[in-house]
Structures are given as C-alpha cells and as structure tokens.
Design a protein around this ligand. Structure first.
Ligand code: SAH
Ligand code: SF4
Ligand code: F3S
Length: 436
C-alpha cells in the first residue's frame, strides 16, 4: 500500500474559515489524505482565504509567490485556493497564477473529492457555485478522532444585511441556517470526541432560524447535552438580539458571559451611510437590556474608522459610545475599499486621517481592556484548560470571559472546567491559582 498523501491547509480570516478548514481536511481525509503542518512535505496545499479587507486578500498572492519554490522542488504538488478570495476572484486567481490547480468556494467544498481527482489527472478545477445541494448533507459525520476541548460549529452561513462596506454577502451568499437536529447531532459527535465547549458560528449567527425558537431555542437544546460544559456564539448583529436570546444570557448556565456585538460606529449619520439599520442609541439600549439580564457580561465589538464621509465629530461620537459601554475586548480597522460594495463608489478619506483616528480609538479600547483585566484580579472564575504552557507544570485555559489564563496545574486538568482565583493581570493574559 502506498503512503498516504499529505495535506497542508493554511487558514486566514474568521472562525468560519477555521471550521471550514477542519471540514475540508476531513473530506480529503476520506480520499486518503492526512494533515501535515509542514508545507514542504505536502502533496496538496490549500490556502483558505479571506477577502474582508484589501490586506487580507493580498496575502493570497504573496503566499502563492512563496509556494512557487515548493512546486519547483515537487512538480506533483497540487495547490488549491479556497475561501472568500476564491469565491470573489476565482477565475482571476487562475489567470494570475499558473501555480494554482484548484479553486473552491466556501459553499462548494463538499465537491473537493471529485476536484482532487481531476487535478491529480492533470486538469484544473474551479467551483465557486452556490449549489442547490447542501454541502452539510453531503459531508459525512465528523470523524471520530480525539479533539481539543474547544470546538467551532457552523450553524448559519451567509448574510442578507448588505452593510455598505462589506464583501460577506457576496462571498458567502444569502443567509442559510442548518436544521437544529443536524446541529445537535454534530454537537453530540464533538462532545463524544472530547469537546467541552462549543462556539456556534455564523456570519449572522443570531439570525439563526433552523430551530422554531431561534438561536435561543438551539442553545437551550444544546445545554441538555451532558458532557457539554460551555456554549458561546459569534458573530451577532445588534438587530437580531431577540428577547429570548437576551433572557438566555441570564438564565442558561452553560451560556458564557461574553458577547461579541459589532457596532462599527457611534455616529448615526455614519451608521446610516453604512446601512447598519441601527442607531447608537438603539445599540446602547440593547447593551443595557443585555446587562440587566447578565450584569457581569463582557462585551466585545468591531469598529471601522475612516468610513467615507466620516468627520471628526462622527469619530468623536464613536469614542463617546466606547466610553459609555466600556468594552472588555475589541477589534478595530481602518476602512478598506472593497470592490463591488456600495461604499467603494464614495470618495475616500486621507490615509493619515484614518491612521490617526485608529491610533486614538485603539488607545482608548486598550485602556478599557486593561481595566477589565485588572478588575478580574481577586475574582474566582471558571477556566477550561486547553493545553500545557511553555513552562513545565503550567497549563493554559480560557476563562468564562474568554481571557487566556495561566495556572500551575497537573495534566489531569486538561479538558475540564475548574475554578481559578485570578492573581495577576498581564497585557494579554491572566495568571491564577486553582481553587480547592
Ligand atoms: N458578520 C459580522 C462581521 C463580519 S466581518 C458582523 O456583522 O458584525 C468582521 C469585521 O470586519 C466587521 O465587523 C467590520 O468591523 C470589519 N470589516 C468588514 N468590512 C470591512 C471593510 N471594508 N473595511 C474595514 N473593516 C471591515
Ligand atoms: Fe458584513 Fe454587515 Fe453582514 Fe456583518 S452584517 S457580514 S458586516 S454585511
Ligand atoms: Fe474573511 Fe470570508 Fe470570514 S471574507 S472574515 S473569511 S467570511
């Protein structure tokens, strides 16, 4: 019998790509591939790409440039591009880079086995359909390997919101929810394989409608799975936070007290131009309602600075919103023009104005993040231990609030949620001691 072929997957972008990379690895596993983390050993390399900002998309072409050397050494090496750049510019990738054998979009990777056979026989393969057949129907049950304690599970894909800056509705297509029974079955498979924490994923996860009681209904059903200790979900749109989901934050013990709720801007004028369909005030009211249900909830958000037309006054409104909410974590970006989106038609702000605003915004967000971390010192929180630290005897886990936590502990803590008293706060992690 010949040695198994080796697959190297490099993942860019959001958690949904991380999940898709796992599923692509599993589907090619059924074609005899085993995963490797050494590209130089690989028979096939897949780049699972992101198109959200210009820099993210450019990475594909620079990575392809680097891979040329590997293909020179091993002419049988097959190179594929998957993900959102594949979806957005599949044919152009094929034209621009003779290295690429295969291009597969996020909705068609269940067809990888046939595509793989085609490229093995020397053909090129491109599939960026939004096919009628559901990829999740075609993909088999999750493979029964031992898994890490924390796993992603995609329950909803695509977006119908069409924010004026965003490529996702074009690269991922319209909103689709997976039926609750399939999600529950997959969750059980993951828990049987050692998973203690599941993060439900969707570009608009709280618009999930695969359960007659929405995302809250799905969360309550998942909470009944015995070995499952923690549930999280991301990413949410403010307009889809319904009462049942807010209530679940107060009532469902397994639902963790952390919510990523992107707001993008604090200026109503800019929010309108962004087509976000909410105001700063409606966002603040929502935050109040969620905090009333779960007072210790940690909030995280996304911000874009320098959207076309943003004035200093608009920017200050964003700073005010941040001061009012106090975020524990945040991601912020300079506006990046994306081809084909409505905002791309508008005049751009100068680069130095965007850079200056981003720096001021990040200074404020970092201050808030540090304050929240320091406030953790002295508290006892649940920690799911995930892996050994670099120092012998030290283990690393995630707190209920998603902070990385280091603690001295034996190997036996791996995969368990245990109480830890926080004794120190660093810039990006907390230190603690096991309690009891
Ligand atoms: N579905 C999620 C976000 C997906 S993209 C949501 O609705 O919140 C993740 C983040 O990237 C966005 O929240 C936004 O802050 C940022 N982003 C998206 N398009 C961008 C662009 N053209 N320029 C800069 N940042 C962008
Ligand atoms: Fe993009 Fe807006 Fe949809 Fe989020 S809600 S994926 S930012 S279009
Ligand atoms: Fe990027 Fe696509 Fe995710 S554009 S952020 S990989 S949905």
């Amino acid at each position: 019998m010949s040695a198994p072929r080796k697959l190297f997957v490099k993942t860019y972008g959001c958690q949904m790509n991380v999940y898709d990379s796992e599923r692509m690895t599993e589907v090619l596993g059924s074609e005899g591939y085993v995963a490797t983390d050494r590209p130089e050993d690989a028979d096939m390399i897949l780049l699972n790409t992101c198109h959200i900002r210009e820099k993210a998309a450019e990475k594909v072409y620079s990575e392809l440039g680097r891979l040329r050397a590997l293909k020179d050494i091993n002419p049988d090496l097959k190179i594929g591009v998957a993900g959102c750049v594949a979806q957005a510019e599949g044919e152009e990738i094929m034209r621009r880079s003779s290295l690429v054998d295969l291009v597969v979009g996020p909705q068609s990777y269940h067809r990888l086995p046939a595509m793989e056979r085609a490229v093995r026989s020397g053909a090129k393969a491109l599939d960026t359909d939004f096919p009628e057949d559901d990829k999740f129907d075609t993909l088999k049950a999750r493979t029964k390997m031992k898994r890490a304690p924390s796993a992603f599970l995609t329950v909803q894909e695509g977006c119908d919101k069409f924010c004026a800056f965003c490529v996702v509705p074009y690269t991922r297509g319209s909103e689709v929810s997976r039926p609750a029974d399939r999600v529950l079955r997959e969750a059980e498979e993951l828990v049987d394989a050692g998973v203690a924490e599941i993060t439900l994923l969707g570009q608009n996860v709280n618009a999930y409608h695969g359960h007659d009681k929405g995302l809250a209904g799905l969360i309550w059903d998942l909470a009944k799975i015995d070995g499952l200790k923690r549930i999280r979900f991301t990413t949410s749109h403010p307009n889809d936070m319904d009462d049942a989901l807010i209530a679940a934050h107060g009532e469902c013990e397994k639902l963790m007290p952390y919510l990523h709720l992107p707001v993008q801007s604090g200026s109503d004028r800019i929010l309108k131009a962004m087509n976000r369909k909410h105001t700063a005030e409606s966002y603040l009211n929502l935050v109040d309602r969620i905090r009333a249900a779960r007072p210790d909830l940690m909030l995280s958000s996304d911000f874009i600075v320098g959207f076309p037309g943003e004035t200093e006054e608009d920017f200050e409104a964003t700073m005010d919103l941040i001061r009012t909410v106090e975020f524990g974590q945040a991601y912020s970006f300079k506006y990046s023009t994306r081809p084909g989106t409505p905002a791309a038609e508008k005049p751009q702000l100068p680069e130095d104005v965007m850079a200056d605003r981003l720096a001021r915004l990040q200074t404020l967000l970092t201050q808030q993040q540090h304050k929240v971390q320091e406030d953790m010192v002295g508290r006892t929180v649940g920690v799911l231990f995930e892996k050994p630290g670099r120092i012998a005897g030290q283990m690393i886990g995630k707190s209920d609030y998603l902070h990385a936590v280091y603690a001295d502990a034996p190997n036996t803590v791996l995969g368990r949620v245990l109480p830890v008293r926080i004794i120190a706060a660093g810039p990006n992690s907390l230190g603690g001691v096991l309690v009891g």
